[in-house]
Design a protein around this ligand. Structure first.
Ligand code: G3H
Length: 256
């Protein structure tokens, strides 16, 4: 658009598409980590992208985090309703506060769009035996089938250590992440700077296979501090669309 050209944002988008090898990069203006208005703009950008790729009967899996939560808040479909679309959380639970939890965000998206939602809360602190037993439960199995047939995935991106600490990961996991040089996190998977998986959180939900087979995978993140994390997730080759703010865009370009 003209506004984007004025700020040189389309130039960033083209460069980043080449560098990161992601089909479509969208850069929203400003510094979302510093300004609430800019974070809203990032959320609005993601919301309108999601509406543009949404089809009837789609299952949309969303992750938690404040950025995806902002997308839900900024969702506005006018008078269009999506009664056949279903929002589900990508993973059962990752130890986040309730407003940042994927189930809560799925419900918010659905209420904004007149769509359906299902919640899925699985404690992050289950022992192996309880975990195995739950996998056999008919309700859990039904939810996993729904989640794993998601056509669209919208996920946040975090800095590895920051996310692990926010989710109260125990020391032995922090050690695994440090030793494996984890820099980025998305949907419970931690990646090193080359996009290799270092560690995967044990919670039920979407797995890499289903992310690969979704029609559209949208990654969403802002802030210069996330530059390396975004770069790492991009190298994993999972994203079709990557939406970031201007400060993240500058931060990534500075890495190359
Ligand atoms: O997976 C990463 C986190 O969901 C990112 O959370 O958007 O609050 O930084 P955030």
């Amino acid at each position: 658009s003209m506004i984007k050209d004025l700020y040189g944002l389309s130039e960033y988008e083209t460069k980043l598409q080449e560098i990161l090898n992601v089909k479509r990069v969208i850069v929203a203006p400003g510094q979302s980590a510093m300004s609430d208005l800019d974070k809203k703009e990032l959320g609005r950008t993601a919301a309108s992208l999601l509406l543009s790729v949404l089809s009837e009967d789609d299952i949309v899996a969303v992750t938690g985090g404040s950025t995806v939560a902002m997308m839900a808040e900024m969702m506005n479909s006018g008078s269009s309703l999506y009664p056949s679309v279903l929002f589900v959380p990508a993973r059962g639970g990752l130890g986040e506060n309730v407003e940042l939890q994927a189930s809560h965000i799925a419900a918010r998206c659905a209420s904004k769009l007149g769509a359906q939602y299902r919640m899925f809360h699985v404690s992050d602190f289950l022992g192996a035996a309880a975990y195995e037993m739950l996998q056999k439960d008919p309700y859990i199995r039904e939810m996993l089938t729904l989640i794993r047939s998601a056509k669209i995935v919208v996920h946040g991106i975090g800095q590895a250590m920051e996310m692990a600490i926010r989710r109260k990961a125990p020391d032995e996991i922090l050690t695994i992440l440090k030793n494996g040089n984890a820099v980025g996190e998305a949907f419970g998977y931690y990646f090193d700077q080359d996009g290799n998986i270092v560690y995967r959180m044990e919670t039920m939900g979407l797995q890499l296979e289903q992310i690969k087979s979704a029609r559209v995978v949208v990654g969403l993140a802002g802030g210069a501090g996330k530059a390396k994390a975004i770069d790492a997730i991009a190298k994993s080759g999972l994203m079709d669309v990557l939406i970031m703010d201007e400060s993240a865009a500058k931060g990534i370009l500075a890495l190359y």
